[in-house]
Ligand binder design. Structure first.
Ligand code: ACO
Ligand code: ZN
Length: 283
C-alpha cells in the first residue's frame, strides 16, 4: 500500500517548454496545483516563471526584460558564463529554479527556504541572451564541507559534457576557498556516474602529468584537486591503482586505465579556464 506522501509524490507534470526546448518531466515537483497535469507547462527561460499556455507566456515575454540570471557574472570564457545568484536576494527566482530542477531530481527534498544557498548558474551566451544550461547550489555555510548541495544539467543539454564542467567549476571555487570539498549525499545514480567520471579523469590526469621522480600521496592529490581524501581513496580503489610494494602501497597506473583516459581526453570539448574565474569566497 502506498502512503499518502508517496501518492502525493507521483509525477504531476507532463512536458515543460523552455525556450526552444520541450522535455518530459521525470519526477514530482510542487508547482501549484492548478499548473499540474497540463499537457505542457510553459516556462520563461530567463526569469523561470511558469504559465499554463503559450499565449500567456508570450504576453509575459513582452514584459519580461531579464536576459540572464539575476546575479553577478563571475566567469566568462568562450560562450559560457557563470552567474552567482544569492538565494537571500533573489528569492522568487531561486524558488522557480528549485521547482524546475525538482522535476529532474528524485531524492532531494525541495528547499522552500532558498536563503541559505548560493546558486551557480551556467549559461550559454548568444545574441538573444544567456540561456541556462544547468546549475549547482551550495550552502553558504556547510557543516560537512559539502561544496555542492544540488547539481543539475537541464535534460536538453545532458550528455554533452556540461555536467563535468559544472563539477569542475565547483572544485575551482573550493580551491579558491583553500578547502577540500565533496557533493552532498546521497548522490543520485546520474550524480554518482558524473562524479566518478570527473574524479577519475582529474586524478589520472594529475598522475600522468606528474614528474617521474615525484611520488604523489593521497594527500598531495587531494590538495591539488580539492577532492576529499575519501573520494580520492575510493576512486583509486575502484580503478585498482593500489599495488603492494615492499610493505607499502603505491599508486600505479596501468595500461587499461591510461588508454581509457586518452579516449576521455580526446572527446573533451570544454573545460574550465581557472584564469577566467573572477571570484573571492563570500565573507
Ligand atoms: N549514463 C551513463 N553515464 C553517464 C550518464 C548516463 N545517462 N550521464 C552521465 N554519465 C557519466 C559519463 O561517464 C559521462 O561522461 P561521458 O559522456 O564522456 O561518457 C559523465 O558522467 C559526465 O557526463 P556529462 O555529459 O558531463 O554530464 P551531464 O551534463 O549529463 O550531467 C548530471 C550529469 C548533472 C548528473 C545530470 O545527469 C543530471 O542533471 N541529472 C539529473 C539530476 C541529478 O541526478 N543530479 C545529481 C543529484 S546528486 C547531487 O545533487 C549532489
Ligand atoms: Zn520572464
Amino acid at each position: 500500500t502506498q502512503s499518502i506522501s508517496e501518492i502525493a509524490r507521483v509525477k504531476n507534470l507532463n512536458r515543460l517548454q523552455m525556450g526552444k526546448h520541450a522535455v518530459d518531466a521525470w519526477y514530482f515537483s510542487p508547482y501549484p496545483k492548478e499548473y499540474a497535469h497540463l499537457p505542457i507547462l510553459y516556462i520563461c527561460e530567463f526569469c523561470l516563471s511558469f504559465f499554463p499556455s503559450n499565449f500567456m507566456l508570450g504576453r509575459h515575454r513582452k514584459r519580461c526584460n531579464l536576459l540572464y540570471p539575476p546575479g553577478n557574472e563571475i566567469y566568462r570564457h568562450e560562450d559560457i558564463s557563470f552567474f552567482e545568484v544569492d538565494g537571500r536576494k533573489q528569492v522568487a527566482w531561486c524558488r522557480n529554479l528549485s521547482l524546475l530542477s525538482k522535476c529532474f531530481l528524485d531524492h532531494k527534498t525541495l528547499y522552500y527556504d532558498v536563503t541559505p544557498f548560493l546558486y551557480y548558474v551556467m549559461t550559454q551566451r548568444d545574441s538573444a541572451g544567456c540561456h541556462i544550461i544547468g546549475y549547482f547550489s551550495k550552502e553558504k555555510e556547510s557543516a560537512e564541507n559539502y561544496n555542492v548541495a544540488c547539481i543539475l544539467t537541464l535534460p536538453q543539454y545532458q550528455r554533452h559534457g556540461f555536467g563535468r564542467v559544472l563539477i569542475e567549476f565547483s572544485y575551482e571555487l573550493t580551491k579558491k576557498e583553500g578547502k577540500l570539498g565533496s557533493p552532498e549525499k546521497p548522490l543520485s545514480d546520474l550524480g554518482l556516474l558524473g562524479y566518478r567520471a570527473y574524479w577519475q579523469e582529474k586524478i589520472i590526469d594529475l598522475l600522468v602529468n606528474a614528474d617521474d621522480q615525484e611520488e604523489l600521496s593521497i594527500d598531495d592529490i587531494a590538495q591539488r584537486t580539492a577532492i576529499t581524501h575519501a573520494d580520492v581513496l575510493n576512486t583509486c580503489t575502484m580503478l585498482q591503482l593500489f599495488k603492494h610494494h615492499k610493505g607499502s602501497h603505491l599508486i600505479c597506473l596501468n595500461k587499461a586505465v591510461l588508454e581509457k583516459h586518452e579516449r576521455t581526453l580526446a572527446k573533451r570539448k570544454r573545460r574550465i579556464n581557472p584564469e577566467k574565474l573572477i571570484w573571492k569566497p563570500p565573507v
